[in-house]
Write a protein that binds this ligand. Sequence first.
Ligand code: MSP
Length: 478
Amino acid sequence: MFLVTTPIYYVNDEPHIGHFYTTLAADVLARYYRALGKEVFFLTGTDEHGLKMQKSAQERSLSPKELADKNSSIFKSLWDELGISYTRFIRTTEKDHIELVKEVFLKCKENGFIYKGEYSGWYCVGCEEFKPESELLEGNACPIHLKPCEYITEPTYFFKLTAFGDFIKDFLKSGAVMPAGRVNEILSFIQEGLKDLSVTRPRSRVSWGIPVPFDKEHTIYVWFDALFNYVSGLPSWPASLHLVGKDILRFHALYWPAFLKSVNLELPERIFAHGWWKVEGQKMSKSLGNVLKPADLITSWGLDEIRYFLLREIPFGEDGDISNDAILRRINAELSNGVGNLFSRVIGIAIKFGKTQISGLKDVYYCNKAEEFVKSYHSKMQDIDFYGALEEVMSFCAFLNKYIDTKAPWALKDEELISNVLYALLDGVSLVCSCLEPFMPNKMQKALSAIGLSAPIFSPCAKQSHRVFNQLTLFPRR
Ligand code: MSP
């Protein structure tokens, strides 16, 4: 079974394009593996405890639970509206999750990895994290939230992170965490010297959270709580893949493996950290008023178009920029002129020859090309290289367009030759639409049914014949 997760999102905020991005990536992989016939479990949800939520609720004169209920359902309804094919939507306020976290925390203590002490340090509420002094900006500001951190001294329970240094280094070097560049950042963080991690807050400061099972005066740290959603939410452990943003890789690739090991649980098979989007060249922020909502972007450009753009514009793992110009360019160049044009060209030729059922001799040259294409596509998808997989699709479209030009079927007189060319073209188009289906399920399902397919196919030249039902303009030019 392919078990894929997204981060669980904080509910003190409304969903923006960053949340959509990670969720979309998981959705594409989930659809891809399902199309391959694999069983898939896709977990997403909301992270509802912690100081940030407690404060947001206070500001709005709501109880934290009321705010969590309201905002969690905003995330869930948005994913439903956008057709995100999750299997379970987990909330950290659910009873089974809370029980699991308590159980694990206790076990961690029993295994000798939790001890009581006192903590002093700079806490960023935005990150829900104590920040090393070396990372602070002027005025003790957090480098991510650009707001002053709070200096705190308080009793706490520590997690013996220092016991896991070598274990984590081995994990990081095993290739399970990608991309490699980001792994080096974490390795150098470890090189600077690990410290034990404060994993509770006094209840008097943070009451909105899971109580420490053996000391009710303390609340379990929100990241300890949140990370274990993966264990409580998945039907079996370990996860095949955690998708996260680069900002939270440290939690997933450093703390998480240590927490798991401390309670004798296996490590996730893979972790992939993607980059961050800017908007028209600027960092997204509430104060700049440029926080991009997925629904707004989709209303302007279309759901499948935006899904395509986000995974095609930059290699997954790198930072990128969303601008209307860039979206327009991608849609026109690759979707309208590339895929859409090829599709209507091929259907047009078939209709012109009055053919709706096409069986032909298999052109070995075409079949080999198609085999090569599908193989590279799968290898890129399995490496979580969406950009590369889409690049393969685009090159194959270009090959098919050239194939039409060189074979010039409109000039052919021989019925059999015409059928042979048409067979290859329809086979090619059905592969293109199949490979694009996880990225653009709505348009591609329409395209596939226009050529008589109810589901993606990935085997070139395997069908005896192809069918044509109707012409479609998939991506009108903008
Ligand atoms: N609650 C934690 C995660 C706990 S997982 C056990 C959290 N939540 S979050 O609401 O802040 O969502 C973070 C996700 O959104 C991250 O994957 C982050 O990288 C992503 N993004 C937030 N802003 C982003 C961009 N501007 N661009 C791309 N993704 C970004 O962290």
